[in-house]
Design a protein around this ligand. Structure first.
Ligand code: HEC
Ligand code: HEC
Ligand code: HEC
Ligand code: HEC
Ligand code: HEC
Length: 326
């Protein structure tokens, strides 16, 4: 790690202090605790892109998978290249819209090859390296109206928020907990799922001992309460029938009534600031007891000290330090 050579792609736009903080931040992000392939990923792209289920969406109908599996990438025809050898324009986070790639910086140099790559359909280029959930049967009222990858507003975090819905239900983050004193977190039962690419995630086992991947099933963390000594799930299924009816009749309903019904469906729901939200779980005072949920010691430590959190909560724009200058 050569922090001394740390400089920013666009140093003009950041103050010296942020520059230093940024360098230190990136150095920390690369600490051994964070899995990343240093040799072929000198820019740390996989620090974020390594997670299955990382999906972005402008409008929740069309999704774009952003996950790149490290092993499958390394085994691919282009696995020896660094990401930036093709993605020459990605210089900062967020980089929405920076989709331009150059295939002829160092490779495909001959006339014939240049013609060939120009004609090549680039969509789905990383298809074999990507995984997401195509369908997850979820009986909650939320999913009557919202998709599994529902976050679309804030391009700094929507991709990272969306990956969470593959391992926890909406209410874990969105429940107004003050309305449910004593609520706690545990694994939910099995849900039916179909995947794009390789299956991933946790298949139900109370304490993860033999948890594994399953082609068609998934378990997620949910929120529970004790009601008369019984464990009761607080994933909202009691409004599902009404939500379905509302959805079917929505067009006939007046704007005022619609608003009122919306408020009703969201009566136990809130939306937290990003700065608060990540810290609720990824910190030493996490509302989730990672160990009790079955995560091993190392993973629990990593989840409590997740460094990406700092990036999305402290920066509006983060310029990549050029750690490996020529
Ligand atoms: C700090 C996390 C982070 C790092 C590091 C990161 N990305 Fe991203 N990347 C994201 C997020 C989040 C999105 C989705 C943005 C959105 O939702 O619009 C994204 C989107 C993309 C996209 C798609 C852009 C689009 O609009 O379709 C490409 C291409 C991409 N990243 C390449 C890279 C490359 C190459 C690197 C390394 C130089 C890199 N990323 C490093 C978080 C990151
Ligand atoms: C050989 C060139 C090449 C290399 C190397 C490469 N990519 Fe890509 N990448 C592409 C192309 C081509 C696209 C599709 C662009 C388009 O849709 O127009 C793409 C798209 C993406 C996207 C957007 C999602 C998608 O599937 O369209 C992400 C995210 C991304 N790349 C990340 C990475 C990361 C991270 C690395 C390094 C581990 C990497 N890429 C290495 C060529 C490359
Ligand atoms: C009947 C359809 C419907 C149901 C059921 C529903 N939602 Fe929504 N939800 C919406 C619509 C439409 C919006 C956008 C409203 C707006 O922009 O004012 C929304 C907005 C939201 C927001 C953003 C609120 C904000 O302040 O920006 C959150 C969070 C949310 N829903 C979560 C949930 C969760 C969790 C559930 C399940 C308990 C749920 N929703 C059930 C339709 C629904
Ligand atoms: C890991 C925690 C987490 C989970 C799980 C989660 N959300 Fe969110 N959600 C958030 C946070 C934090 C925000 C605020 C984002 C912001 O301000 O940009 C948010 C914002 C939203 C919004 C409004 C902003 C937007 O981007 O559209 C909607 C709608 C929403 N969530 C619905 C859902 C639904 C539906 C589910 C379940 C399928 C869900 N969320 C699961 C944390 C979560
Ligand atoms: C309600 C708790 C909760 C909230 C809120 C939450 N996370 Fe997470 N997050 C988790 C859990 C649990 C995992 C690990 C799940 C697993 O690996 O099965 C995780 C995993 C991740 C991962 C992948 C790390 C890894 O090693 O698997 C990233 C990145 C991440 N979270 C970022 C964020 C960011 C950024 C925010 C705020 C916008 C956030 N999280 C908010 C609970 C949460």
């Amino acid at each position: 790690m050569r922090i001394a050579s740390c400089a920013f792609g666009n140093g003009k736009m950041v103050t010296r202090t942020i520059l230093t903080v940024g360098c230190v931040f990136w150095a920390v992000l690369w600490a051994p605790a964070v899995p990343s392939v240093h040799a072929m990923d000198p820019d740390g792209c996989l620090t974020c892109h390594q997670y299955p289920g990382m999906v972005t969406s402008e409008n929740t109908l069309a999704i774009k998978v952003l996950h790149i599996d490290e092993d499958r990438y390394l085994r691919s025809a282009h696995g020896k290249l660094t990401c930036k050898q093709c993605h020459t324009v990605v210089q900062k986070v967020p980089h929405t819209g920076d989709t331009r790639v150059e295939c002829t910086t160092k490779c495909h140099l001959s006339e014939a090859e240049q013609r060939k790559v120009r004609a090549y359909a680039l969509d789905n280029f990383h298809r074999r390296e990507q995984s997401a959930i195509a369908r997850l049967e979820d009986p909650s009222s939320c999913r009557v109206c919202h998709s599994l990858y529902p976050h679309s507003q804030n391009n700094m975090v929507r991709g990272l928020l969306n990956l969470h819905t593959g391992f926890m239900v909406c209410s874990v983050c969105h429940l107004k907990k003050e309305n449910f004193p004593g609520c706690y977190y545990d694994w939910n039962g099995t849900e039916t799922a179909d995947f794009v690419g390789e299956p991933f995630g946790t298949f139900y086992n109370p304490k993860l001992k033999q948890a594994g991947k399953s082609k068609h099933f998934l378990s997620r963390i949910s929120v529970f309460a004790r009601v008369k000594g019984q464990k009761k799930s607080l994933m909202n299924t009691w409004d599902t029938a009404a939500a379905l009816e509302f959805r079917d009749r929505e067009k006939e309903i007046s704007a005022a009534v619609r608003k009122e019904r919306q408020a009703y469906f969201h009566r136990d729901i809130n939306r937290k600031e990003i700065s608060v939200a990540c810290d609720e779980c990824h910190s030493e005072h996490s509302i989730l007891n990672f160990k009790a949920l079955g995560f091993d010691k190392k993973t629990s430590h990593n989840l409590a000290n997740l460094n990406i959190k700092g990036l999305v909560t402290h920066y509006k724009t983060f310029y990549f330090p050029q750690l490996f200058e020529n």
